[in-house]
Ligand binder design. Sequence first.
Ligand code: EPZ
Length: 419
Amino acid sequence: MDKLTIEGGVALRGSVRISGSKNAALPILLASILLDSPARFENIADLRDIRTTTRLLGVLGRPAHFDDGVVTVETGPLAPEAPYELVKTMRASVLVLGPLLARLGEARVAMPGGCAIGARPVDLHLSALEKMGARFDLEDGYIIGRCGRLRGAHIHFDFPTVGGTENLLMAAALAEGETVLENAAREPEVTDLARFLIKCGARIEGHGTSDIRIRGVDSLSGCTYRVMPDRIEAGTFLAAAGITDGDLILQDCPLEELDAATAKLIQMGMRIESTPEGVRARREEPGSPLRAADVTTRPYPGFPTDMQAQIMAMLCLAEGSSVITETIFENRFMHVQELVRMGADVRLSGHTAMVRGVARLTGAPVMASDLRASASLVLAGLAARGVTQVQRIYHLDRGYEHIEKKLEALGARIRREAE
Ligand code: EPZ
């Protein structure tokens, strides 16, 4: 396992290109299961989860090849099983359910199991697919799904589940008749999936709103599609500019999909503006302090849960006290104890973290637990006095493409080492 060694205290400067979105690429790549002809995907980041997805496609009969930001997926006879050894490393594998049922009428997907941030059930996916005619059994830790041709249905989600909306978009695209998704997720990655499916011939309206209407078609053809930039990687670099009192230009930054996060960063004392070179991020004035702010995570377009750990690292060094409320996941505060080891003053009470700003953080050996917690520890290490070692950074490699190279190019004293 690798670790990152960071010597903090450098104000980051320069420009960084934001990579393609992990959370858009995963469903879009898996949607190729629906296609009758090959597809080509561009702006694909080199991430562990992307490699896992291409392996999974191969296992399902869709040979996928990744090379220098491009993934090509061939067609071929489909197999119905997503094996445990792949699913246990990537929960998003559950997104093969909709496409396999739509194309094959059969799916065997290992129950993903929980992860560090929560139980992560898929009950909303299954109950919605049952309304379309699928039947599910649980055997030996596998979800076994069977159906004839899926039928369009009127579905209301109790919670605007991102994965559930994506699974149903893919299932409904080839179903018989019309499907309505009420209280659907509005995340930009869901919209990117819908745009891809439409380019393949699907008939979808209302994507990006809470009410999506899909009229099933008989077949979908491959195409070439460029995946959107990663708004969470972008948000993480905006936070890096703020926490180090740096001055960064982000190229390919999807600013319009980051409104809630940028509004909060500006409230905390940052300047974020579009320039011809890209999005420029810095503090109001060099050396001006960060201000405390209360943060509550919400489904899109609210403040993204995937930015909660990162903004907490900043608030640990802000002037004043902040209250952070995590409403999406039941256990997304794994970074707190590690930040406390660096001198942060954070107290947990259920879904709420009370953060009292301190003058400085001090470097320490810390343990990454999940993807965004790892990012939070890297941010804290960049601003801390002394050396921080972030261990188990395979978590980080799931969602950030060559992050130490990007940070080093911005002046950070950071290096990857074997643990
Ligand atoms: C997606 O996860 C993202 N992952 C997550 O990003 C992100 O945090 C999350 O959406 C929320 O924005 C990918 O896109 C691959 P949900 P997903 O279904 O689809 C509960 C990252 O860091 N729920 O909207 O799993 C669930 O337990 C990752 O990049 C049910 O109860 O999110 C959670 O509490 C982490 N039953 C909440 O809803 C269900 O059937 C949100 O889940 C489905 C979900």
